[in-house]
Write a protein that binds this ligand. Structure first.
Ligand code: ATP
Ligand code: MG
Length: 140
């Protein structure tokens, strides 16, 4: 996947609350193009695989249960400087620390149920995009 791409999930809390449309609107208005997108639901095993990097953290089991608790939207997004700009748009992990106007400040319920995921590097964006989408399922 090209370096001008990132990967996002609208997490179960935001999906359940009916905030997917509002969040996607903010993403598009910030200049991101949707390259691939689907609604889906992770199993606890797949959530564990996705967040494997956190497997030693105390919140890992809760995180896997939460991320598999309901539907999500997974998407690949394209923009110059996508990874860094998207992290700015979503705000800090803990909504209490997130800047005004960021997606997490507006929509997140807690440090765990924090509305959206955003890749933290170009390398992880490519890995995470490929976790959900085959070549045939995305634009380019
Ligand atoms: P994400 O990877 O989902 O974009 P992030 O990069 O801001 O989030 P990470 O440190 O990668 O934060 O943590 C992954 C996810 O684990 C967080 O988004 C949140 O859902 C959950 N999480 C992180 N820290 C905690 C914590 N202290 N307690 C509970 N859940 C947490
Ligand atoms: Mg992360």
């Amino acid at each position: 996947m090209a370096a001008n791409r990132t990967f996002t999930m609208i997490k179960p809390d935001a999906f359940e609350a009916g905030n997917s449309g509002a969040i996607l609107k903010m993403i598009e208005e910030a200049g991101f193009k949707i390259v691939a997108m689907k609604a889906t639901q992770l199993t606890p095993e797949l959530a564990g695989k996705f967040y494997e990097v956190h497997k030693e953290r105390p919140f890992y089991a809760d995180l896997c249960a939460y991320m598999s608790s309901g539907p999500i939207i997974a998407a690949i997004l394209e923009k110059d400087n996508a990874v860094e700009d998207f992290r700015k748009l979503i705000g800090a992990t803990n909504p209490a620390d997130a800047a005004e106007g960021t997606i997490r400040k507006i929509f997140a319920k807690s440090i765990e149920a924090n509305a959206v995921h955003g890749s933290d590097s170009d390398e992880n964006a490519a890995i995470e995009g490929s976790f959900y989408f085959s070549q045939a399922e995305r634009v380019g």
